[in-house]
Design a protein around this ligand. Structure first.
Ligand code: FAD
Ligand code: EPU
Length: 341
């Protein structure tokens, strides 16, 4: 166990806070022992820290999830069931699937983080969401050590949402394994997303394979999003808001070109928060070392020495301004981590 350790390299925002303790977790048994031995110590599970914002030093123990392993459970001609331990890197799992010709997650290439965190906000990108391939989520209760498996339905997945995001469930379950169903023969790649198609046109690919889709997604992501190794960030800072059709009409009267997307709710549409923030004039703005990314206004960045509170302050200024200008309240996608002093 590491004592009094800087978390700078354990979160992609590069926030320099300290934790009292940090344990590298290589097995589920280790987690159960820590819960038994240290029942009263606050505990935080951390994957790659790519969706957290630390607001202060963490008074407790960080469980850094490194439980590895990929196991085929069952397969037939068309489908394969796979258990993946939560400490596997998400992108490595995507590329493992692509290289084995298992379809279903290729559009989610290059999303940072670990497999164990993927169900929490139902990661999504370029026309796909992880809920489409999740069968089950295996957890243990962080207070009682009781095992509990959540079926796909019990996970209650939505846009950047699952049962694990409910306030009463926050930090309650340790996700140690996720069961996926991926596809073999007859699987049709999902290339509906406009930019993916443009890449195929440019490369003259008429019959794209899994690898082509993954490569296109990787290319798009590299061109749009800042690399956390160079500039600290946690991807989209806010969720894209759902609005009613009447509200869209109101906005269209002033901004005829506002982009919007259909959702699975028939009376709601989704509009890009990045567009709203950009229109409101925030792109490339800085508050000390906290900033709005110059190429993607939905991404807040740390230019080096920003604290979590600096980033949060900038986020709150943006929320207030968007509320004033458009009467829309943005919700952070990133998880604030505030330890009790
Ligand atoms: P962490 O940040 O370590 O943890 C996130 C939360 O989950 C924390 O509250 C933590 O306590 C909890 N947690 C983590 N692991 C476990 C576990 N095993 N059991 C229980 N709780 C746990 N997200 C998307 O959906 N789509 C994108 O396209 C996307 N692009 C991104 C691009 C960049 C450049 C970055 C930096 C982030 C992006 N994200 C995206 C966000 C991020 O990649 C995902 O949310 C990812 O799933 C987080 O994984 P993690 O292991 O880093 O989780
Ligand atoms: N836009 C602007 N200005 C900006 C940024 C965006 O006008 O500064 C406009 C774009 O022109 C486009 C629209 O907003 O018309 C949407 O932008 P983009 O395609 O970049 O996607 P996004 O809505 O900003 C979402 C996800 C990403 C995911 C991409 C691709 C959320 C909160 N974000 O971003 O997920 O990778 O779509 O599917 O849903 C994440 O969650 O961390 C994340 C990066």
């Amino acid at each position: 166990m590491l004592k009094n350790i800087s978390l700078k390299k354990y979160n992609t925002f590069g926030i320099n806070v300290k934790a009292d303790w940090l344990a590298q977790i290589d097995s589920l048994e280790q987690v159960l022992t820590i819960i038994d031995d240290l029942p009263d110590m606050p505990k935080l599970i951390l994957g790659e820290g790519s969706n957290v914002l630390f607001l202060n030093d963490y008074k407790g123990i960080i469980l850094h999830n490194n439980i590895k392993g990929i196991k085929v459970i069952d397969e037939n001609d068309t489908e394969i069931i796979i258990d993946v331990n939560g400490g596997e890197n998400w992108h490595d799992f995507v590329m493992w699937a692509v290289n084995n010709n298992y379809g279903g997650i290729e559009n989610l290439a290059l999303i940072p983080g670990k497999v164990g965190a993927a169900p929490i906000q139902n990661i999504g990108a370029y026309g796909a969401e992880v809920k489409n391939v999740i069968e089950k989520v295996h957890t243990v209760n962080m207070l009682t050590c009781e095992p509990k498996s959540f079926s796909k339905d019990a996970c209650n997945f939505g846009y950047r949402h699952s049962v694990f995001k409910l306030p009463e469930n926050k930090h309650k379950y340790f996700i140690h394994k996720v069961r996926f169903k991926l596809y073999k023969k007859k699987y049709r790649v999902n290339t509906a997303y406009g930019i993916i198609q443009k890449i195929f046109e440019r490369k003259k690919i008429s019959n794209p394979k899994l690898k082509d889709v993954a490569e296109a997604v990787i290319e798009i992501r590299r061109s749009k999003l800042p690399d956390p190794k160079i500039t600290g960030n946690a991807g989209s800072f806010f969720k894209n808001p759902y609005i009613k059709i009447d509200k869209l009409k109101e906005l269209q009267a002033v901004y005829p070109k506002i982009p919007y997307y259909e959702t699975d709710l028939k009376d709601r549409l989704k509009i890009p928060a990045g567009w709203l923030i950009d229109q409101a004039g925030w792109k490339a703005k800085r508050l000390g070392d906290a900033g709005v990314h110059p190429k993607q206004a939905l991404v807040l960045v740390n230019y080096g020495m920003a604290t979590g509170r600096d980033i949060k302050k900038l986020a709150e200024m943006i929320i207030t301004d968007i509320q004033d200008k458009y009467d829309i309240r943005l919700q952070p996608e990133v998880n604030y981590i505030e330890s009790i002093e």
